[in-house]
Write a protein that binds this ligand. Structure first.
Ligand code: PGA
Length: 245
């Protein structure tokens, strides 16, 4: 794993956006795996800036989001589809038909999960997957105990995840089930970026990056992926044993 530490959230976000931009420029038809949550918001804002100021071209890019709440329609204020439109899709020249978020309001979640995996395969697989990390080490909505070979499926969220996510929104209630890419789906990506910022993530970042690989800390399996870059701000990196220059 390459570990990059930045002075603050703004610099971390700018660097992560530059990293994506370099990959998009090198391969205009890249397939991106995208994450929601507060962590990547700054990175998406920077990507929008790069599109506006430097003409970063998304016209041939395809995207697949990690997850979506079960039962929420695409335009629900709490849906991840809506998050993506607000933070990225509406502001860059992505082709709408190439953006994908699992359809949470589907009547047949199992079929939706199978279809999602098929669409990823048909697109040629994910070239670059962006990840945040949950307070319990989850990636996507793969909570502790998720199988390393799991694929896109219906998952039940940990109580802590529901509480943390509710605190981040004005929603009184959030679904406790979701559709999520599996650990196996994520590990199939050719390249992975993991982003984390803030003091509160320092301990889980340490366990994920420098602790043992265990299903109890789902992000720890990333240690076994051949091409992972970790973008941290200083507070999130403070418990890592790093050689500082
Ligand atoms: P956050 O969520 O970016 O809002 O901290 C990360 C996650 O739960 O994966």
């Amino acid at each position: 794993m390459r570990i990059l530490v930045y002075d603050d959230y703004a610099q971390m976000s700018a660097a992560a956006a530059r990293h994506i931009a370099s990959r998009v420029n090198a391969r205009p038809s890249i397939v991106l795996g995208l994450a929601t949550g507060s962590t990547p918001e700054g990175m998406y804002a920077q990507l929008v800036e790069l599109h506006r100021r430097e003409g970063l071209d998304f016209s041939r890019v395809a995207t697949f989001n990690l997850d979506e709440y079960c039962g929420l329609d695409a335009d629900d204020p709490q849906s991840y589809e809506r998050f993506m439109w607000e933070h990225l899709f509406a502001h860059v020249n992505l082709d709408r038909s190439r953006t994908h978020v699992p359809y949470g309001a589907t009547r047949d979640p199992e079929a939706e999960c199978i279809k999602y995996e098929e669409m990823i395969r048909a697109a040629g697989g994910i070239d670059l997957q962006v990840l945040g990390i949950g307070m319990n080490g989850h990636i996507g909505f793969n909570e502790p105990g998720s199988a390393p070979n799991s694929r896109t499926r219906v998952v039940q969220l940990a109580d802590q995840t529901v509480q943390v996510n509710r605190a981040k929104t004005e929603a009184e209630e959030l679904p406790s089930f979701a559709l999520s890419m599996g650990i196996g789906t994520i590990m199939d990506a050719r390249e992975i970026m993991l982003l984390a910022n803030g003091d509160a993530k320092a301990e889980i970042v340490r366990q994920a990056i420098q602790g043992p690989v265990t299903p109890d800390i789902p992000a720890s399996i990333l240690q076994q992926h051949p091409d992972v870059t970790v973008f941290l701000d200083r507070p999130a990196a403070k418990l890592l044993a790093l050689k500082l220059d």
